[in-house]
Design a protein around this ligand. Structure first.
Ligand code: 13P
Ligand code: SF4
Length: 305
């Protein structure tokens, strides 16, 4: 079936099911084009918590769809492909976090949104890359011991920004960790007037060479506001489609052509259509996990910087 036929069918079914489509900034371009809301983890969580629909079709990775379910438990949350995992989120289990907590019984736990729901249920606070610094500054007291899971690079950046030490889990995102200092230097040589934006999941050496360190939505906002005509983008390459669409007179260069999250790319228009036709794959979670995880996520939603 041609893409425009699939899109027509998706639109009809969306009406019939009273569904809304939430799409992450790294999704394939044709999926971004059918979004009711396109954004980063924080923006999508906020939409999920307030959206007026019976069904949410979540085009992103699994922990994001789980977050939508936690914030909208009464709604049906569908993910077009259940295999869209996040290798960073999978670096820690609830059992491993419980063991770490038992070694530091007085510590508060701050967990990145890129974690399974069961891990969020064990945490005191959740954060995304957009509000991690704000959550530490505003929510956690100076004298408090903090366990920060699971991304060691995000923890390193937030630690530097807030002057706080964390007990850190050694996880990382393979896509961002792979972006190298050599690639930054090469892109800067190729585009000497360009501004360099990088994601908080990049390694400290790469972050050191950047002009701005931002979440994916932060990058989209920066691109619109900034006077810069050329921007080097240090994150997953899927975001470039949105950046170009929203800023037709600016130039965007991927910092690394290799920065591709294969999990984000397994969602397709065909799968979104099938998802709405057959109402699958439904994201379900035990009630007690939803209730505990909701507390840490709701605390995070108070900090939106
Ligand atoms: P954002 O919250 O910045 O969109 O990041 C999500 C993510 O998975 C980055 O790899
Ligand atoms: Fe997970 Fe990295 Fe993909 Fe983001 S880019 S979803 S952190 S694997």
């Amino acid at each position: 079936m041609k893409d425009n036929k699939i899109v027509d069918k998706i639109r009809q079914l969306k009406k019939k099911r009273n569904a809304i489509i939430l799409v992450h900034n790294y999704q394939p371009s044709e999926v971004q084009d059918i979004a009711d809301f396109l954004g980063d983890s924080l923006g999508l969580s906020i939409q999920a918590s307030k959206v007026n629909a019976d069904v949410i079709v979540f085009c992103g990775v699994y922990f994001m769809a789980e977050t939508a379910k936690i914030l909208s438990p009464q709604k049906i949350v569908l993910i077009p492909d259940k295999n869209a995992g996040c290798p960073l989120a999978d670096t820690i289990t609830a059992q491993q976090l419980k063991e770490l907590k038992s070694q530091h019984p007085r510590a508060k736990v701050l967990c990145y949104v890129n974690t399974p729901a069961e891990v969020k249920a064990e945490a005191d606070y959740c954060c995304t890359s957009a509000n991690a610094v704000g959550v530490v500054n505003k929510a956690l007291k100076d004298e408090e011991e903090i366990i920060f899971v699971p991304d060691k690079y995000l923890a390193h950046y937030v630690s530097r920004k807030t002057n706080r030490n964390f007990i850190v889990w050694q996880g990382y995102c393979p896509v961002h960790a792979n972006i190298s200092v050599e690639e930054v230097k090469r892109q800067k040589l190729l585009h000497p007037s360009a501004v360099v934006l990088v994601h908080l999941e990049c390694s400290p050496d790469v972050i050191e060479l950047a002009d701005e360190v931002l979440s994916t939505e932060g990058m989209c906002k920066y691109a619109k506001k900034s006077k810069a005509k050329e921007i080097i983008v240090g994150t997953e390459v899927g975001i470039i489609y949105r950046l170009e669409k929203e800023n037709p007179y600016k130039k965007f260069y991927p910092l690394s052509e290799r920065a591709i999250c294969s999990n984000m790319k397994i969602i397709s228009l065909e799968k979104v259509l099938l998802s709405l036709e057959e109402m699958k794959e439904e994201v379900t979670l035990p009630k007690e996990i939803i209730l505990s995880a909701e507390e840490s996520i709701c605390r995070m939603l108070e900090f939106r910087d």
